[in-house]
Design a protein. Structure first.
Length: 301
């Protein structure tokens, strides 16, 4: 079935069939399992996941907006759609199911053959610095952090993405991780890269990831080459022309992940989590938008 993103009805049918196939043929149902008498709800788990992802794909800005859109346009398709309170509670509860869907999609649809990847982080903002003293949102996961690109402090989390190179296209996300905003990028990297199957890969990163001992350990254990630019240290001679050229090549190789972050934010508004009030809600916000972003890449391939 050919999918056209602007043909919403066919998009919804395709997405439902995709989620239903995952539910029946993978371990997705384990992430949606209920220890209660209501283990076979009238509004099925497949419908729940389909509605959550579909409203992101059609551009609904948040969960409540998406629910209203379903109520207005697809009541006949989902006659057992529950109240917003129940809908919201279920989605937050099953946030990890979305992370599993992301994993299945990346394993199934990644067409890249390049053993080259890029890694970087971006801020997910719960509130700005001026409201930090009063913010209780999603604590203790959300914390104070600094965004060098915007040169400002914020309250929120860091989203780290590892993306694989695709020639003449946006890189394909193969893994992501959520951490408090106060955590250094390198510390996040030390937790995540060893757990991702990237043996014999070249991974391009910025200066924040420079750590010779960790880079050597990665290469010795998994033949992963974590490549970082050459940094000029205070009191040392300036970089040679060869070193500057090497940094320029490194920057151009790593640049697509910056483009990817910008594209994901443009399509999903992932960096704005101002409407989130809980840890579950914040994790759901990130997970569903990462799934939507990967599906948009798949559909447009």
């Amino acid at each position: 079935m050919r999918v056209i993103i602007h043909d919403f009805d066919n998009l919804l049918i395709w997405l439902y069939l995709l989620i239903d196939k995952m539910y029946k043929q993978t371990e997705l149902q384990l992430y949606l399992f209920r220890f209660s008498n209501n283990n076979i709800p009238f509004f099925t788990d497949t419908e729940l996941m389909t509605c959550a992802i579909f409203t992101e794909l059609v551009g609904c800005k948040d969960k409540k907006h998406g629910y209203k859109y379903l109520r207005h346009h697809y009541t006949d398709w989902f006659p057992c759609l529950p109240s917003y309170e129940a809908y919201n509670h279920k989605l937050n509860k099953f946030k990890d199911a979305l992370a599993y869907i992301f994993w299945i999609l990346t394993k199934t649809y990644n067409i890249s053959k390049h053993p080259v990847a890029m890694i970087d982080t971006a801020p997910i903002v719960v509130c700005q610095q001026q409201h930090a003293n009063n913010s209780k949102t999603a604590q203790p996961l959300a914390s104070k952090g600094y965004c060098p690109a915007k040169k400002e402090f914020y309250i929120g989390v860091k989203l780290q993405i590892i993306a694989q190179k695709i020639t003449n296209s946006l890189p394909f996300p193969i893994d992501y991780h959520i951490e408090t905003a106060a955590t250094h990028d390198l510390d996040i990297c030390k937790q995540t890269i060893p757990l991702v199957n990237l043996d014999n890969f070249d991974i391009y990163a910025d200066k924040a990831y420079i750590d010779q001992s960790f880079q050597s350990e990665l290469f010795e254990n998994s033949h992963i080459r974590l490549k970082t630019p050459i940094k000029k240290f205070k009191g040392k001679p300036p970089l040679t022309l060869f070193q500057k050229a090497e940094n320029s090549i490194h920057s151009s190789t790593r640049q697509p992940i910056d483009t990817l972050f910008g594209w994901i934010n443009k399509k999903t508004n992932i960096q704005n989590a101002a409407n989130v009030r809980s840890i579950n809600g914040l994790v759901y916000h990130i997970n569903v938008k990462m799934v939507a972003a990967v599906l948009l890449l798949i559909i447009n391939t």
